[in-house]
Design a protein around this ligand. Structure first.
Ligand SMILES: CC(C)(COP(=O)(O)OP(=O)(O)OC[C@H]1O[C@@H](n2cnc3c(N)ncnc32)[C@H](O)[C@@H]1OP(=O)(O)O)[C@@H](O)C(=O)NCCC(=O)NCCS
Length: 316
């Protein structure tokens, strides 16, 4: 990397220059619709790398877990400058600013298979894998008219969670162990430790949090056996709806997906939709596909399978 690169904090007015870094994630990038909110929020700071007056790289630093974890997100480098250490240098600049404030102990990020495979050696040299989730993405038009409602059985319908419910879940060791094997909840790509101070970041107006409990088996103090979070975000394609699944078996997850499909139906209007689903090893990919096909939520032929990696290291 040449010496003519400079680094600074990003501002709201950098919006167009940050977007001009280039298209990432094939039309489902959340940054264009979230940039302004992120830059205004008290727990995000953006950083950019500039060369010859042009912004060529961006990363958002998000602080969670009572100020103890830095989550780097929405990172990107103009493709002319990739592979030359620009992102690493931008992160080092951001870390210095953040270290000056103090309190941060961990640094984490999530990434999908493509980026992980491309940068695996560099990433694995420094970060530890905390969690690997299955990921399936669909890019399809949601067929509202074909939506197949399941019989509305009140015993199996999931409950809509509010802040107090999530407080209860986080204070129940048995429930946390059952739902969150790695002691983290990853929602909308951001990993959170199971702390009540994170609840306001998890429960946003665009997030639908559902939970259900199977009463036909002994639950040993487990309040809920399945939890799902559905988050919708406008994007270039139209709307991306991400569903994070925690625990659950095929039948429970089917009922949750049914409610998320209805939610998507109500927010999608006539927009093109992409659906992403993340889950652990409690379900087979074929189960997830068949559930989504069952509610006409996605076209199986256009499914792409992958993995979501959560990586973490000590902050220094
Ligand atoms: C991923 C991307 C930002 C890497 O940029 P780059 O300038 O080519 O990367 P570098 O040459 O600086 O190498 C990556 C460095 O960042 C670190 N890193 C931290 N988070 C990373 C991440 N999400 N992805 C890749 N590397 C990451 C690596 O460990 C490495 O550190 P090092 O400098 O100490 O070795 C770039 O390829 C890109 O814009 N890809 C498209 C968008 C994307 O996939 N973003 C990932 C967001 S999770």
């Amino acid at each position: 990397m040449g010496s003519d690169f400079t680094f600074r904090e990003a501002t709201i007015s950098d919006y167009h220059d940050v977007m001009a870094i280039g298209e990432v994630y094939n039309g489902v990038d959340y940054l264009p619709s979230r940039y302004e909110d992120m830059m205004r929020s008290h727990n995000h700071t953006g950083y950019v790398s500039v060369v010859n007056g042009e912004i060529v790289a961006f990363v958002a630093a998000c602080i969670v877990d009572n100020g103890e974890t830095l989550v780097t997100r929405a990172g990107r480098v103009n493709d002319k400058y990739r592979g030359q250490g620009v992102y690493g240098s931008l992160l080092r600049f951001a870390r210095k600013q953040i270290a000056a404030v103090g309190g941060v102990k961990y640094e984490a990020f999530t990434t999908l298979s493509k980026n992980f495979e491309e940068n695996k050696d560099k990433i694995k040299a420094v970060y530890t894998e905390i969690l690997i989730k299955n990921a399936m993405y669909y890019r399809s038009r949601f067929k509202i008219k074909d939506f197949k409602a399941l019989p509305n059985d009140l015993n199996t319908m999931p409950t809509l969670l509010q802040k107090a419910d999530l407080e209860n879940i986080f204070s129940s060791d048995a429930t946390c162990k059952h739902l969150f094997k790695s002691n983290r909840i990853v929602c909308g790509w951001v990993p959170f430790r199971l702390l009540s101070s994170n609840i306001d970041y998890i429960l946003k107006p665009d997030t639908l949090l559902l939970a259900s409990c199977r009463h036909d088996r002994s639950n040993n103090d487990v309040i809920y056996t399945c939890l799902t979070a559905g988050m919708h975000t406008p994007c270039k394609l139209g709307l991306v709806y991400s569903i994070d699944i925690f625990g659950g078996d095929v039948s429970e997850v089917r009922h949750h997906i049914q409610v998320h499909a209805k939610n998507l139906q109500s927010v999608a209007d006539d927009r093109e939709c992409a659906v992403t689903v993340m889950w652990e090893d409690n379900l087979l990919p074929a189960d997830v596909e068949s559930i989504l096909n069952g509610v006409d939520m996605a076209e199986p032929t256009r499914a792409q399978a992958g993995k979501l990696y959560l990586l973490e290291k000590q902050f220094q």
